[in-house]
Design a protein around this ligand. Structure first.
Ligand code: SF4
Length: 321
């Protein structure tokens, strides 16, 4: 099930991803409505790379991350993990490879067993998913918890841990499996800034060299500080892809997101035709007489190098075919 479209060495390659949900109407007799949550998303993650998927809630970032791990099926498109098709596999086929592709949930407390200690959580995961014998699982579990600063908390139950410690136990379970890919969905949600930093340091600092990581976040400071590349999503599409160490955002929506002082969010409903940001766009292009903004979706186009791509007519995009 390998694919010639897989870029050499990419841990993840996403091609033309589409996800449509069918939503029931408010009354039993109301017609169903198709909601296009993801509309043609493409990206790759290289070994050792940490990318951020950012955007407001409803932008499609969590749906993309869940599809990448096979927790949801795409409506269209391909997911390649380590060069092999991952979409369309049976659950039993996925289960045999599940240890390589790991998910860090937002709700750490909900993911932990209230009756198990920190060490028991990691040992259980290594024995069941990682196939290690109990003695090896225990030795590896202790080593990983020590690396994550939990060496003194091996026997702590979830209710005895701080929020940051609970998150680090969920990370220890994932990282001890030596995964190829980690998808972390808002792993610092609800924590204070110091604990956020310690959780991200534990994740990024202990990622295996061969692994890639997708961090789903609405915190732009985290994306800037911890990620090699950022994909900004709006209305189910990637509207900018950027290495923030090299360039600053160009799309007007991305500029607002990354401006810590703006506090502004789109006030007008997003457009359903053309560029979704047009009703909110402050650029002259959006209102120019012959502007394509209201007619056709702009394509993601290289701006000042292949690492920086923007979907905006004011920055040279053509229309999506
Ligand atoms: S494509 Fe047009 S409406 Fe959309 S962000 Fe660019 S200028 Fe504004």
């Amino acid at each position: 099930m390998s694919s010639p479209d897989s870029p050499k060495g990419a841990v993840v390659a996403v091609r033309g991803l589409v996800k449509t949900f069918v939503q029931a109407g408010p009354w039993p007799w109301s017609p169903e409505r198709a909601v296009r949550a993801v509309q043609g998303v493409d990206f790759e993650v290289a070994p050792g790379e940490v990318i951020a998927l950012v955007g407001q809630s409803g932008s499609g970032k969590t749906t993309v991350s869940r599809i990448v791990l096979g927790l949801e099926e795409p409506t269209d498109g391909q997911i390649l993990l380590d060069g092999e098709r991952w979409d369309g596999r049976t659950e039993s086929d996925r289960r045999t490879r599940r240890a390589r592709y790991q998910y860090v949930p937002q709700d750490a407390m909900g993911a932990l067993d209230p009756q198990q200690t920190a060490l028991e959580h990691v040992v259980e995961t290594l024995a069941v998913l990682g196939g290690r014998d109990r003695a090896q699982a225990k030795a590896d579990g202790v080593a990983m918890l020590q690396r994550l600063g939990l060496g003194e908390r091996l026997d702590a139950l979830p209710r005895e841990m701080s929020g940051g410690e609970q998150r680090r136990v969920t990370l220890a379970r994932v990282l001890a499996l030596d995964p190829s890919l980690v998808v972390a969905d808002e792993p610092t949600s609800g924590l204070d800034p110091d604990r956020r930093a310690s959780v991200l340091e534990a994740l990024v600092g202990n990622l295996p060299e061969h692994a890639g990581c997708i961090l789903v976040t609405h915190d732009m400071t985290e994306a800037r500080e911890w990620c090699d590349r950022v994909l900004v999503m709006l209305a189910g599409r990637v509207i900018e892809e950027i290495d923030l160490a090299e360039s600053e955002p160009a799309h007007p929506y991305a500029r607002i997101l990354f401006d810590p002082w703006s506090g502004a969010v789109p006030r007008e409903p997003l457009a359903t035709q053309g560029c979704p940001y047009q009703p909110n766009c402050p650029l002259d292009t959006a209102r120019a007489p012959d502007s394509p903004c209201g007619r056709a979706v702009p394509a993601l186009t290289a701006m000042d190098g292949p690492e920086h791509r923007v979907a905006c007519y004011a920055h040279g995009s053509s229309s999506q075919s």
